[in-house]
Every structure is written in structure tokens, then in C-alpha cells.
Design a binder for this molecule. Structure first.
Ligand code: AMP
Length: 511
């Protein structure tokens, strides 16, 4: 069933209920939200030739319009391709091309992407001005185009460890499983609630829209468009019943702010955290400051939000003998999936032993878009190989031991070293490079690059930084450069990243 049906049902039930808010200002009721989505669908069909199954990309920062566009896309039976707005236009263009998108919606700040897209076959770039000019000429489409369980709804681009980003194919059935499991395993949602989008809607935070549309609740985009603790402390008491997704670094920043200002969490009902490791000391402090408002989820694009959850009760249950141990876990398997910790052959290991985390169930992606090799490697006999390492205890609580290999998680966002390395290697004067993460209190991890220069060239960090800015998103660029005569390697010639991590820690001490 098309998710736009949920929007129409809420619009029929409570047409005047506030739906979309910018800060505390209501910008659309449910009736208006549904009507705009229907018009967008009509314009997509008639102006830009979008047919069911076509891909439509969004390269824009958080805004109430984001949700109207998402529902307009589904109304038309098309597939949404949200792109992280922090990406470089060149990176966004790669995604638009790979998805073979027919249209890309951009906001003012990202209209420059148009200069990277070209050719007869290229996507139409639709700016807010173009949209505002077209919409009045169209009436709303009569009914959402029917969508079946296996139809693609969301193409979720995640960076690949081996180069280019891959498009995770999420079907209607995947999203249904995710939504229903949220109600069962994570949190209830009521009409009085407000989903606050303080993290990018192109990623996990955007997925919260479904539960809130289904319940006819409010959707609030902070005026800053992102995460600002003082803004949240001001907004939440005025809105009431706020639910939000926050990466562990955001929770930490909210706690720091609370310690300074005395804010006690008023107005916030639920903070769902995940996307990166939450340290026990941090969640203990957060619960001490804000009380039982936290739920943890562990998931990945390939099984969105739905691998395990650590419930509000478990997080707050101090008297339980294993409370602290459980606080360090990511909780129990979601209702819609089986979770297994396996050895390299895929056989389950014993409780307490570490192995790769495998997941099977209704929320697991259909595969990677136009990438059968990567699909075959990741989905085997119906099991999703997550690339994460962990251990299950006898009660079924999963603890993540390590992220597989070398992914750097900074501010809750994955940074793939290979991508940074490839960018740096295109800079004149660089012979070899290897990138690792180093622990950093505010962001979780920061990027450190080890560079071997060509003998005759004298390379400067500023030069490398300028090069990175022209190639990749700002948040991926290295914060430190260390110049070496050669990279440490094993006998097979492979770079020893563990060794580099130790070196990165050492140089951290020297600033
Ligand atoms: P993404 O596909 O970008 O959402 O990234 C998913 C990855 O983030 C997972 O494979 C984990 O490595 C990590 N991750 C997600 N949730 C958690 C969590 N609750 N605790 C620790 N790491 C997490």
C-alpha cells in the first residue's frame, strides 16, 4: 500500500490538525499537506514526465517542504532518492546519475548542482522557484498510484567501503515492517506528538515521518534546520510531546547544554538514539539529567532502524542486577527480524562469543540498486551480513564489539576512509595515503590522514585541505595530516591500519 494513503487517511480524519511546523509556526494542516502532495504528484507527472517506478531525488536541507515532496513522489507512485545535503555537488551528481533520477529537487543553497548535471538524458533540476511557479497550474491527483509490497519506495544511498555509494533498495514491505516494528519495539506514537527533525531527513531521522503521518501527529523542522541544543530547549516545552532521533554526539551536546542551563528535558517525550556507539557513562548521565526518555535502536540502511532496540524501561531500570551491562548493549532483536551472531561460514557462535551480526526478516532490503555483485556479497541465503561485529548474551541482548574494519563515525555519520583516500590521491604531489579515525570527545571520531609525499614535492596541509574541499563533503575532510616517509605495511604489502591508529593517538597527545 502506498504510504500516501496514510497521509490521505489522516487528512480525512483530522483535516484541520496541524501537520507541518517550522519552529512553532504551523505551515500546513493535514488537509493542506495532503493537497500539496497531490499537486506535486500531478506536476511530476505532467511537467516532468515522472511515471510510477521512476526515481526522484531530493538534494536539500531539512524543511517542511521536504515532507510534501516525499509524499508527492509516493503519491505519483515514484521512488524517493534522498541525498545527504552535506555532500559535494559532484557526489550528489553521482547519486542522481546512478539512480537514473528523472527529477532532482534542490533548495536554494544546492541549486549549483545543476551545473554538474548535463546532457539530454540528465535529470531536470527543480528549484523552489520553479516548483512555486508550476504548482498553482495543477490540481491534486485524484488518488495515490497503487503500490504493491515489492515496489521500491526509498532508494537509500550509503557510501560503500569499496568506493562509490550504493543504493539500498527499500520496498513498501520493508518500510511497513519498519513502521509496525517501531510501534511494537521502540515507542508508541499519538496524535498529540511532535516529531522533531534535528538530524538530516535524508537519513534515519527522515524515516520517523511514516509513524507520525500514520498517527496524524505534528512534524516539526527547527528554524535552524538542524541540531541546536538551546533551540530544542526553547522549542520542546512550547510544542510538548516531542519525539526525536539523536545520534549519540547530539545526546552528549544536549546534556552539556542542560548542565550549563538547568534545562531538564521538559517537553521531550522520547529521544531515540543510535547510528553510532553510545558510551555507558554518557547514557547514564543523560538518564540522570533527563529521566526515562531514552530508547536505543541499532540498524543500518540495509535494515532501517530495525536490528535491535534497547527499551526505555531497560535503560531506566537501575535496580536490575545486569542494568549496567545492558546499558552497554544495543538491546534485543526487533520483532520483524532474526538476529544471529555468526562465524565466517555463517554458523551461529555460542552466547558471549564475538562474530559478525547477521539479520533476516521483513525489513531487510531487496538488494543494492543495479549492483548484483554487492547484493550477492551482502545478502546470502536471505541473511544480511551487516559488517558489524558483536556478541549475544544468553538473554538475547546484543553488544556491538567493533565496527567492521575501518569505517569512521563522526557526529553519527559514516565516513569511509577509502573515499577520502581516493580524493587525496588525486592531489598532485601525493604518493600514498591512508586514512583512519581517532577518538574525539565531541564528534566521536575525527579523520586523520597519513600522507607519503613524492620526494621532490613539499606538501602542505593547507594545500591538501583545499584539495579535499574541492572533491568531497566538508565533514569528511581530515582534521590532521601526518607526513610519513612510508606507510607501515605487512608482508603482503597491506597497510597496517591498526598501527596507524596507534600513531594517530600518539600524535593527538602532541596536538
Ligand atoms: P547507516 O547505514 O549509515 O545507518 O550506518 C549503520 C551503521 O552504524 C551500523 O552498521 C553500525 O555500525 C552503526 N550503528 C548503528 N546503530 C548503532 C548503535 N545503536 N550503536 C552502535 N553503532 C551503531
Amino acid at each position: 500500500m502506498n504510504p500516501a494513503e496514510w497521509l490521505l487517511r489522516s487528512a480525512r480524519k483530522t483535516p484541520d490538525a496541524p501537520a507541518l511546523l517550522h519552529g512553532v509556526e504551523v505551515v500546513a494542516s493535514y488537509g493542506a499537506f495532503a493537497e500539496r502532495a497531490g499537486r506535486i504528484a500531478k506536476a511530476l507527472r505532467e511537467e516532468w514526465g515522472v511515471w510510477p517506478g521512476d526515481r526522484v531525488a531530493l538534494f536539500m536541507a531539512n524543511s517542511p517542504t521536504y515532507l510534501e515532496l516525499l509524499y508527492g513522489i509516493w503519491f505519483a507512485g515514484a521512488v524517493a532518492v534522498p541525498i545527504n545535503y552535506k555532500l559535494h555537488p559532484r557526489e550528489a551528481t553521482h547519486i542522481v546519475d546512478d539512480a537514473q533520477a528523472r527529477v532532482v529537487f534542490v533548495d536554494g543553497a544546492r541549486a549549483g548542482v545543476a551545473s554538474f548535471l548535463g546532457g539530454e538524458e540528465g535529470a531536470s533540476v527543480v528549484t523552489p522557484e520553479i516548483l512555486a511557479g508550476e504548482l498553482p497550474r495543477h490540481t491534486a491527483m485524484d488518488a495515490p498510484h497503487p503500490m504493491r509490497a515489492e515496489d521500491l519506495a526509498w532508494l537509500f544511498y550509503t557510501s560503500g567501503t569499496t568506493g562509490r555509494p550504493k543504493g539500498v533498495m527499500l520496498t513498501i514491505a520493508n518500510l511497513h515492517a519498519m513502521v509496525f516494528a517501531y510501534f511494537v519495539d521502540v515507542d508508541a506514537v499519538h496524535r498529540e506528538d511532535a516529531a522533531l527533525y534535528a538530524a538530516p531527513m535524508s537519513h534515519g531521522a527522515g524515516l520517523y515521518n511514516f509513524m507520525h503521518v500514520l498517527r496524524g501527529a505534528r512534524h516539526v523542522v527547527p528554524v535552524s534546520g538542524g541540531f541546536d541544543p538551546s533551540e530544542i530547549a526553547d522549542l520542546a516545552p512550547r510544542l510538548g510531546n516531542v519525539s526525536m532521533f539523536a545520534a549519540p554526539t547530539m545526546v552528549r551536546r544536549l546534556c552539556d547544554y542542560a548542565a550549563r542551563s538547568g534545562y531538564d528535558g521538559e517537553g521531550i517525550r522520547t529521544i531515540v538514539y543510535g547510528g553510532g556507539p553510545m558510551y555507558v557513562a554518557d547514557i547514564e548521565r543523560a538518564v540522570a539529567q533527563f529521566g526515562p526518555r531514552f530508547v536505543q535502536i541499532y540498524g543500518q540502511g540495509e535494515s532501517p532502524m530495525t536490528i535491535t532496540a534497547l527499551s526505555r524501561e531497560t535503560i531506566a531500570e537501575r535496580s536490575h542486577p545486569r542494568w549496567r551491562e545492558r546499558l552497554g548493549s544495543v538491546g534485543l532483536a526487533h520483532s520483524c527480524v532474526e538476529v544471529r551472531v555468526a562465524d565466517e561460514a555463517g554458523h551461529p557462535v555460542l552466547a558471549g562469543e564475538t562474530g559478525e551480526i547477521l539479520v533476516r526478516g521483513a525489513s531487510v532490503m531487496a538488494g543494492y540498486w543495479r549492483n548484483p555483485d554487492a547484493t550477492a556479497e551482502t545478502l546470502r541465503d536471505g541473511w544480511l551480513w551487516t559488517g558489524d561485529l558483536g556478541a549475544l548474551d544468553e538473554d538475547g541482548y546484543l553488544t556491538l564489539k567493533d565496527r567492521s574494519k575501518d569505517v569512521i563515525i563522526s557526529g553519527g555519520t559514516n565516513i569511509y576512509p577509502r573515499e577520502v583516500e581516493e580524493a587525496l590521491l588525486t592531489c598532485a604531489g601525493v604518493r600514498e595515503v591512508s586514512v583512519v579515525g581517532r577518538a574525539e570527545p565531541e564528534w566521536g571520531e575525527e579523520v586523520v590522514a597519513f600522507v607519503v609525499a613524492m620526494e621532490e614535492e613539499g606538501l602542505e596541509p593547507d594545500q591538501l585541505d583545499a584539495h579535499c574541499r574541492s572533491q568531497i563533503a566538508r565533514f569528511k575532510r581530515p582534521r590532521h595530516y601526518v607526513f610519513l616517509e612510508e606507510l607501515p605495511k605487512n608482508t603482503y604489502g597491506k597497510v597496517l591500519k591498526g598501527e596507524l591508529r596507534r600513531m594517530a593517538d600518539e600524535v593527538a597527545g602532541r596536538g
